[in-house]
Design a protein around this ligand. Structure first.
Ligand code: SF4
Ligand code: SF4
Length: 106
């Protein structure tokens, strides 16, 4: 289980969730943020911090965005040849600056 960021984050990206995450597993695309399901410890701190109610636990999340959050890490992003994988911390990696095809199409 992991938490999932949904559609209401697109073009908002105020990063309130990032500041609350104890394991730094919320990564920044170009227009949306994504939670790494392999790194999230399911603490729920980000869910209450989000002013857009964009974050839900995965069993309640819209399936499209649950799968899309996973794809951000497990499949090569547009313009890349390898997947992001599990970088071990968003702060060290910095903004990824790319979104999934689903988010690009919105
Ligand atoms: S549930 Fe906790 S660990 Fe997972 S992304 Fe949110 S703040 Fe980070
Ligand atoms: S707090 Fe919500 S709207 Fe703000 S960046 Fe995080 S998920 Fe997106």
């Amino acid at each position: 289980m992991a938490y999932v960021i949904g559609a209401s984050c697109v073009d908002i990206m105020d990063r309130s969730c990032v500041e609350e995450c104890p394991v730094d597993c919320i990564y920044e695309g170009e227009r949306k943020l994504y939670i790494n399901p392999a790194e999230c410890i399911d603490c729920g701190a980000c869910e209450t911090a989000c002013p857009e109610q964009a974050i839900t636990v995965d069993r309640l999340a819209e399936a499209t965005f649950r799968d899309d959050n996973r794809r951000f890490f497990e499949e090569p992003l547009p313009g890349r040849t390898t997947p992001l994988g599990t970088p071990g911390g968003a702060g060290g990696l910095g903004p990824v600056g790319v979104d999934t095809p689903l988010v690009n199409a919105r």
